[in-house]
Design a protein around this ligand. Structure first.
Ligand code: ADP
Ligand code: MG
Length: 262
């Protein structure tokens, strides 16, 4: 008789609870709850100003949340439990946490005076203390993965926007992050360059990377996301499988938002 092995329920890689953030009088995040499982691709949709970037920035220590917590793996963003008490982490511990999270922005932010290869090895060598030869080897394999092996010695200005963004993706992967955050990675691109970046992201999704992607590319959400989260006014309004949230949205605000794309 064969044994049946039941997979243990995955423990979320990211667990955000009751996250609040305000800028002065402007309460931007009003109690965000979100779980992301290892290997999951979560697409966050929502109107401009709904707090999507702020939420990603809280995950990556670019903002400090006011209330609530975010766990990434075993660690809480910004805090450590010592005895019964939570203590704010120091700069070093924060740098270590950040170094496990990759981020790709709308503006690619490549260093203009460095070649593609130098851009990619900068963090592994400078932050993680990897040996240069080892970092270069990884960089070449990442460039292969994003289809730009032959551009290793080019400077960013010699590349199209789409190519620059693919380099930025390779750079984010070079720290071998456990999680990668994308904030509107195709919004600054000419329409004809969007497809190549989305194709690269789709490959990464297929390879099992854990990704949180803020985008207005509904097609990408439909095809690549395991889950779609709709945010509005600093809260999660609705979430679920792409076919459900995109195909039969339950909340009027989700419907109103999606009707713009039809
Ligand atoms: P989204 O990414 O969904 O468009 P954001 O998170 O960028 O939304 O912004 C949400 C709100 O927070 C906006 O009203 C924006 O003006 C405000 N905001 C974002 N960052 C800052 C900041 N550093 N200082 C003050 N207000 C900010
Ligand atoms: Mg934004």
């Amino acid at each position: 008789m064969s044994e049946t092995h039941l997979a243990a329920p995955a423990k979320p890689l990211v667990c955000a609870r009751n996250v609040y953030k305000r800028f002065g009088d402007n309460e931007v995040l009003k109690g965000i709850n979100m779980d992301v499982n290892p290997g999951e691709v979560v697409v966050i949709l929502g109107p401009s100003g709904s707090g999507k970037s702020t939420f990603l920035r809280c995950i990556n220590h670019l903002e400090t949340m006011d209330q609530g917590y975010i766990l990434v793996g075993e660690e809480q963003i910004g805090y450590a439990l010592r005895g019964e008490r939570l203590h704010r982490l120091g700069a070093r511990a924060i740098a270590r946490q950040r170094s496990q999270i990759g981020m790709v922005f709308q503006q690619f932010n490549l260093y203009p005076h460095m070649t593609v290869l130098e851009n990619i090895i900068e963090a592994p060598v400078g932050v993680h203390g990897r040996k240069r030869a080892e970092a270069e080897q990884l960089a070449y394999s990442l460039l292969e993965r994003v289809g730009l092996r032959e551009k290793a010695d080019a400077y960013p200005r010699q590349l199209s926007g789409g190519q620059q963004q693919r380099v930025a993706i390779a750079r984010a992967l070079a720290i071998q992050p456990q999680l990668i955050l994308f904030d509107e990675p195709t919004s600054a691109l000419d329409p004809e360059l969007v497809g190549e970046v989305l194709a690269t992201m789709r490959d990464l999704a297929d390879q099992g990377l854990t990704m949180i992607v803020v985008t207005h590319e509904i097609g990408f959400a439909k095809e690549a996301a395991d889950r779609v989260v709709f945010m509005d006014g600093g809260v999660v309004v609705e979430e679920g499988k792409p076919a459900d949230v995109l195909g039969k949205p339950q909340h009027p605000r989700t419907r109103a938002f999606l009707s713009r794309f039809i």
